[in-house]
Design a protein around this ligand. Sequence first.
Ligand SMILES: [Ca+2]
Length: 215
Amino acid sequence: MRTGELLLILTRCSIIAAVPLPAQDWPMWGGTPQRNMTSAMKGLPSSWDIKTKKNIKWTAEIGTTSYGNPVVADGKVFLGTNNGNPRNPDIQGDKGILMCFRETDGKFLWQAVSNKLASGQEHDWPEQGVCSSPLVEGKRLYYVTNRGELVCLDTEGFLDGKNDGPYQNEIFKSPIDADVIWKLEWIGRIGCIMLHNALTLLPAHPPAGGLLGYR
Ligand SMILES: [Ca+2]
């Protein structure tokens, strides 16, 4: 998906789980571990218009590219993108970005920033940003960066004024920056290889073969 805007349809028709969750959140790709994209909601709008705002609750500017489907949890919307429209003027150039917005009105809250891999397009294709879909459980968000790191974030970011978790080495700690709880740099450590941002392969039955794709 290539877009510069994140749209939230008025009745959240695109983010309602097939089996409604208690808060009607959509905390992972597919809504639930069953990955059933079908919504059980009735009376949903079947059309919308960005110009007239018909059935559009709000819009928000993201980067110039986004592959990861938005997830909705804890009163927030999260998605991966690139740094095509820098939210922080001090952070310029090609980066992997995970953005967080307030669910009620689309206000930008905070972002996680990852530098590109030095190996270039072999592993980290230019301008593709963060391609993984986040998963949220309670106050913790999990995603895979463009660098192949598995990262756990505090859904409140640094907005709560606290640096949570054992990880304390964040470079950016302003209220619009992500609070890292922990990160695992797994590429090359557990027999895992990464072809590029959107696809990671790891051996399911090494060394005889068998590959498990992970996006
Ligand atoms: Ca931290």
